[in-house]
Unconditional design. Structure first.
Length: 350
């Protein structure tokens, strides 16, 4: 924020922050909605957003400036004017955004129970990155307009086109690109071989970089001022719709996997028999938490939500183990779910 303020001033930050919040809140809400069946830990979700908004954004800016200077000095500014948006920007931004996902794969691989987890974590990283980037862009747009002749038709047209681009066309851009990498990371998390994990992760990263480069190329091709809109309609919209349909399918599939496993979990003593019905329905889960909050307070409701999430993760791993024979992480998840249930009962009876 200090660097952004140095670029656009405090007034620009104030306006950009307000507009960025208005755009990012529904995007974050959409990814949290996708995560309702098997909710990830709130602190980890917040960390994903914070990584995108802070380290990823700043390190991308810092590295791009340095690499741009290096290219301009060694090759020339004409080459650098194209090389930065086509190569430097896509590579640095997608790598720095994706480092959080790489950390998950290396140190928290057991927490990734399916492809949807990769989409959710990646989407929040991308939302955080967009949050900071939008503050900078909106601040620049507003300050540039305020410094110009505000009655000039061209200035108003530029302002309108910029707002349309940032508020309508681009809001899901960074979350979408990181989600592509997130799919590769989540697919890698369920592979036992190191080569398979590395290959899937790199494939997801490469696709994200290529999509980013195509978008930037469309913005640079001044010979056709409408090319960016053509690329948006021909490439970005189909990719976005594909990702949207995939996320919805994964969410529905996740619910079915959990519901199918609950009777077995009750039979094996992992959950109480009377918990099968409420755990199989999101509305019943919400009423369960509301009743606990009314009876025992917010801490107990949070403990109940944590138990619901851990029981759901156990259900997903149980269904997958029955289908594939892969019991990787199943026993550990059973212990985690048992600990969450004890925590819920203690908090409810306190």
């Amino acid at each position: 924020m200090a660097w952004v303020a140095g670029q656009i001033g405090l007034d620009g930050v104030a306006v950009g922050l307000l507009l960025s919040v208005l755009i990012i809140v529904p995007i974050v809400g959409a990814f949290l909605w996708l995560d309702r069946w098997e909710r990830e830990r709130p602190r980890r979700l917040a960390s994903a957003f914070a990584w995108g908004a802070s380290f990823a954004a700043f390190c991308s800016i810092w590295s791009q400036e340095g690499l741009q200077s290096l290219v301009d000095t060694t090759v020339g500014t004409d080459f650098g004017a194209w090389f930065r948006p086509l190569v430097i920007t896509p590579v640095t931004e997608e790598i720095f955004k994706g480092l959080f996902l790489v950390w998950l794969l290396i140190y928290r691989r057991r927490q990734i129970t399916g492809l949807l987890d990769g989409v959710v974590y990646a989407g929040l990283v991308g939302a955080g990155f967009s949050f900071t980037e939008n503050i900078l862009y909106f601040g620049r747009i507003i300050t540039a307009f305020a410094a110009s002749d505000t009655s000039d038709v061209k200035a108003v047209a530029v302002l309108g086109a910029s707002f349309f681009l940032r508020m309508v066309m681009v809001p899901f851009f960074h979350p979408l690109l990181v989600a592509v990498f997130g799919l590769g990371i989540a697919a890698a998390a369920n592979k036992r071989g190191r080569a398979a994990r590395v290959g899937l992760a790199l494939a997801g990263l490469l696709v994200a970089i290529i999509l980013h480069g195509v978008w930037d190329w469309a913005g640079l091709a001044a010979g056709d001022p409408l090319l960016i809109y053509k690329i948006y309609g021909a490439v970005m919209v189909p990719v976005f719709l594909t990702m949207l349909v995939l996320a919805l399918v994964l969410r529905k599939r996740e619910g079915k996997m959990i519901a199918a496993a609950l009777p077995d979990l009750a039979r094996d003593g992992h959950i109480a028999p009377e918990e099968v019905a409420p755990l199989a329905n999101l509305g019943e889960r919400r009423r369960w938490r509301r009743d606990v909050r009314r009876r025992a307070g917010r801490a107990a409701a949070r403990a109940t939500a944590r138990y619901q999430a851990e029981a759901s993760a156990l259900g997903i791993r149980t269904t997958r183990a029955q289908a594939t024979g892969n019991r990787d992480g199943l026993d550990e998840q059973a212990r985690t779910a048992a600990a969450a249930r004890r925590g819920m009962l203690e908090a409810s009876n306190a």
